[in-house]
Design a protein around this ligand. Structure first.
Ligand code: S3P
Length: 449
């Protein structure tokens, strides 16, 4: 088998002009934290109990991979339980590990495999098999990972080692996945491994590794962040609570901002500052967004987000903000279409290598629905006018966030907006359409009654 199961039959859906959205909801658990909770649990000794885990395909594929590597992952009493094997204690799987649509799963697990003397074949779906892997293979090879193929894409066969060499590695791209893969491999190296980042990316790996008892130090030098992990690490199983995913809440927030008369509260959302660039930007655009009941849960800041529909204006979003909102640009572009004036989003090179080329796909989706949008190099420009004609069909390219973003676009458009496939929504946000409908959104199956 060289790639994962064929993609299921596409399920198109149309979104139409809806009445005010109202209600109090919770979104599923944060995807980044869910992957990490499972992985660190498997690398710890003892049992890790996870509540609020995102039960979506991307995360469940990571769970299945850990299970196949000898760390049982089970659902028990409404929570998830991982029986850890300790760093270095995972065993060779019998078959290939299938990461489906998930770049995070594949890249973080490459770091895990690197510090075990096992051979593993990694496969993924058509979207994942197009995404660059050299960004993690480069540093991991320096540490001692052997890679069977001379290629930058899955499927790949790799062999890890129990004698990894610690390295100091400066990230060439702002990527939390690359940072995390190197730190994970560093857990099993003999000595200290350091990752240097010039732009702060999401820091869940550092926070959670500390929570599991690893020796992780961070410092600022010459405007760069240095993150050092001590090798031969011992992690201890613990209880993890996963907060709501701000990248999923983003769709509801933008929907409530653009549909007149809306007021929605989303409870228990992660507000880690390395993830809240979208919220900062929407506020600058005039969005009425409040973080209520701010608190800390399991080492991460959390709040209830209240959002009210707002008249918004275009802004320039600086490149420096991109890592803190990298998954949110498609839905920000939707908000920009309803704002008055031009929104300029700078420094979006990384958007081209996500589940799809989101820069091109966002422009195409907006243009298909009568919104003036263009990409100039790595800059996305949307000319808002307050009115969106709609009526177009959007190609989602196996990308969950493209599907959800353009369904949001349709909620206030003059004519319905159709997305060609919603099956991938299950990779990150199971129950998305039902939750939106409970708030008042109107979706119809094209060709249906
Ligand atoms: C993630 C990091 C980001 C993000 C992805 C999740 C993570 O990718 O796009 O959805 O959990 O570390 P990059 O690190 O490649 O930017």
């Amino acid at each position: 088998m060289s790639s994962s199961q064929p993609h299921p039959t596409p399920r198109p859906l149309a979104a139409s002009k809806s009445g005010p959205l109202a209600g109090r909801v919770r979104v599923p658990g944060d995807k980044s934290i869910s992957h990490r909770a499972l992985i660190f649990g498997a690398l710890a000794t003892g049992v890790t109990r996870i509540t609020g885990l995102l039960e979506a395909e991307d995360v469940l594929n990571t769970g299945k991979a850990l299970d196949a590597l000898g760390a049982p992952v089970e659902r028990a009493d409404g929570a998830w339980q991982v029986t850890g094997r300790g760093v270095g204690g995972l065993r060779e799987p019998e078959g290939p590990l299938d990461f489906g649509n998930s770049g995070t799963g594949a890249r973080l697990m490459l770091g895990v495999i690197a510090c075990h003397p096992i051979s593993v074949r990694l496969i993924g779906d058509a979207s994942l098999s197009k995404r660059p892997m050299a960004r993690v293979l480069g540093p991991l090879k320096q540490m001692g990972l052997e890679v069977g193929e001379d290629r930058d894409r899955l499927p790949l066969s790799v062999r890890g080692s129990s004698h990894l060499v610690p390295i100091t590695y400066e990230l060439p791209v702002p990527s939390a996945q690359v940072k995390s893969a190197v730190l994970l491999a560093g857990l099993g190296a003999a000595g200290e491994t350091t990752v240097i980042e010039s732009e702060a990316t999401r820091d869940h790996t550092e926070r959670m590794l500390r929570f599991f008892g690893a020796d992780v130090r961070t410092s600022e030098m010459d405007g760069k962040r240095h993150i050092t992990i001590a090798g031969d690490a011992e992690l201890k199983g613990c209880a993890v609570t996963v907060p709501g995913d701000p990248s999923s809440a983003a769709f509801i927030v933008v929907a409530a901002l653009i549909v007149p008369g809306s007021e929605v509260i989303i409870e228990g959302v992660l507000t880690n500052p390395t993830r809240t660039g979208l919220y900062e930007t929407l506020r600058e655009m005039g969005g009425d967004i409040a973080f209520l009941n701010q608190r800390e849960e399991g080492g991460e800041p959390v709040a209830d987000i209240r959002v009210r529909s707002s008249r918004m204006r275009g802004v320039t979003v600086p490149a420096a903000r991109a890592p803190s909102m990298i998954d949110e640009y498609p839905v920000l572009a939707v908000a920009a279409a309803y704002a008055q004036g031009k929104t300029r989003m700078e420094g979006l090179a990384e958007l081209k290598v996500k589940e799809s080329d989101r820069l091109a796909a966002t422009v195409a989706g907006l243009v298909a629905n009568g919104v003036a949008a263009k990409a100039e190099g790595d800059v996305l420009i949307v000319e808002g006018g307050g009115v969106v004609p709609g009526g177009g069909t959007v190609t989602t390219h196996l990308d969950h966030r493209m599907a959800m973003s353009f369904l949001v676009l349709g909620l206030c458009a003059q004519a319905p907006v159709t997305v060609d496939d919603t099956t991938m929504v299950a990779t990150s946000f199971p129950g998305f359409t039902a939750l939106m409908e409970s708030l008042g959104a109107t979706f119809t199956e094209p060709g249906g009654p």
